[in-house]
Design a protein around this ligand. Structure first.
Ligand SMILES: [Zn+2]
Length: 427
């Protein structure tokens, strides 16, 4: 009885736990600040001290620096490149503001991001007021809040906190960061693209406050047709890196008390639309788009106006910050787990045609204390069986024709990486 009474006090006395929860008030303050820049259009004046995308980017960088100063653990560094395209015919200097929280391994990277740019009805209008509260100040505010929480902890992998530019002009900031990852030789463990994560009242008048969508690709954008045809025989279309990440987010979310149900949406993005995770998928990195369950189209890419009593515009009053805090909590918990775990295994292959057992083997992972073999009947979507081992091969008592197999790497404390799906051996 004494012990039971003592527990709540122990909980309150631990500042790490007490400060652990994303704060709706702080998230709202960040969105208000971002809206205060008038417009954050990518073609707006980058040098104006108070209005436009430059002022917004400088504020975000300064906020990240403040967090970094407190922990002495986040380094802010921008990347930039000129882009020209249909929505930037005269060229535009795209700047991504990045904060690096170095882990034990500086080359293994997790990215949590939103886009700081926005737009109104005309994608070329760089001067009209464009609040972009939900699209995507919500995502940028989430990134800052995640940094505030996770900067108090230490991880095996490096976390990159990113505010991207040029999303509305052609996913330029996503392309810039994805190509930077490739150029710098990062092992990208996860990309969490948060874009429109802060409303619960949808276009249909219904409020959906208990779930969030996590979009992931099945067919891999990074593979050629020949590679896809070779993979076709494995039946791994529900288990690629992006889908494995989405499933991990779902599992993490389900363990958060009072949290949201993460819907593993089996599409790269919403129908006919895209986002900044796409350039990462093209390069083969595990990436998902996290977005609200019920969108309000009157509050996306709209000139601020009222027509026939109908109000248009992406304004703060249409947002739900308690909900945004819950989406933030899912990001934080996912980053915490995957940055603490080793990298996912590579070269995971199975054998066992015309046999009564299935063999599985993989390449060793640096820093892994062990591995978890997972399997399931191949009419199921979630792993049902598992076995922990310390070697890099095993034989399972199942028929290969009827079974999907995957392998994850385990940290010394048991934290699990993403699961790599086992296919035929590829040389
Ligand atoms: Zn957006």
């Amino acid at each position: 009885m004494r012990l039971l009474l003592a527990l709540p006090f122990a909980f309150l006395a631990n500042p790490a736990i007490a400060q652990d929860k994303p704060d709706p008030t702080r998230l709202k303050a960040s969105v208000e600040k971002l809206v205060s820049f008038g417009t954050r259009h990518s073609l707006s004046d980058p040098d104006n001290p108070t209005r436009g995308i430059g002022a917004a980017r400088r504020w975000f960088g300064a906020e990240l620096s403040k967090i970094g100063d407190q922990c002495n653990c986040i380094e802010v560094a921008n990347i930039a490149r000129g882009f020209t395209g249909p929505r930037a015919p005269n060229g535009v200097n795209i700047v991504d503001v990045l904060g690096f929280q170095a882990g034990r391994d500086p080359k293994r990277v997790l990215i949590v991001m939103g886009h700081i740019d926005n737009r109104v009805s005309d994608a070329m209008n760089a001067t009209s007021d464009a609040p972009g509260a939900n699209d995507d100040a919500s995502g940028v505010a989430l990134v800052l809040e995640a940094a505030r929480i996770l900067s108090r902890e230490k991880f095996d992998a490096t976390i990159v906190y990113a505010a991207l530019s040029g999303e509305e002009q052609g996913l330029y900031g996503g392309q810039l960061l994805a190509e930077t990852a490739k150029e710098r030789g990062w092992t990208v463990t996860a990309v969490l693209n948060n874009d429109i994560v802060g409303n619960t009242l949808g276009q249909n008048g219904k409020t959906v406050a208990d779930r969030v969508r996590v979009f992931s690709e099945g067919i891999r954008a990074s593979e050629t047709l020949d590679q896809q045809l070779a993979r076709r025989a494995d039946g791994g279309e529900d288990d690629g890196p992006s889908r494995a990440l989405a499933k991990a987010v779902d599992h993490v979310a389900s363990a958060i008390p009072g949290g949201l149900d993460a819907v593993v949406a089996r599409r790269p993005d919403r129908f006919g639309r895209g986002g900044d995770h796409e350039p990462f998928l093209k390069l083969g990195y595990p990436a998902v788009r996290i977005t609200v369950a019920n969108e309000n189209y009157d509050a996306q890419h709209q000139d601020l106006r009222t027509e026939n009593g109908r109000v248009y515009g992406d304004t703060i009053d249409r947002m739900d910050f308690a909900y945004l805090a819950k989406v933030t909590a899912i990001n934080v918990a996912t980053l915490r787990r995957l940055a603490s775990a080793p990298a996912a295994p590579e070269g995971v292959s199975i054998g066992g045609a015309l046999a009564t057992e299935t063999s599985v083997k993989w390449q060793p992972v640096a820093g892994a204390a062990g591995y978890r073999i997972r399997w399931r009947r191949n009419d199921a979507q979630d792993w049902t069986d598992q076995r922990d081992v310390t070697g890099t091969s095993a034989v399972l008592p199942v028929i290969v024709d009827d079974t999907f197999v995957g392998v994850s790497a385990l940290a010394a404390n048991g934290t699990e990486s993403l699961v790599t799906f086992a296919g035929r051996e590829r040389k």
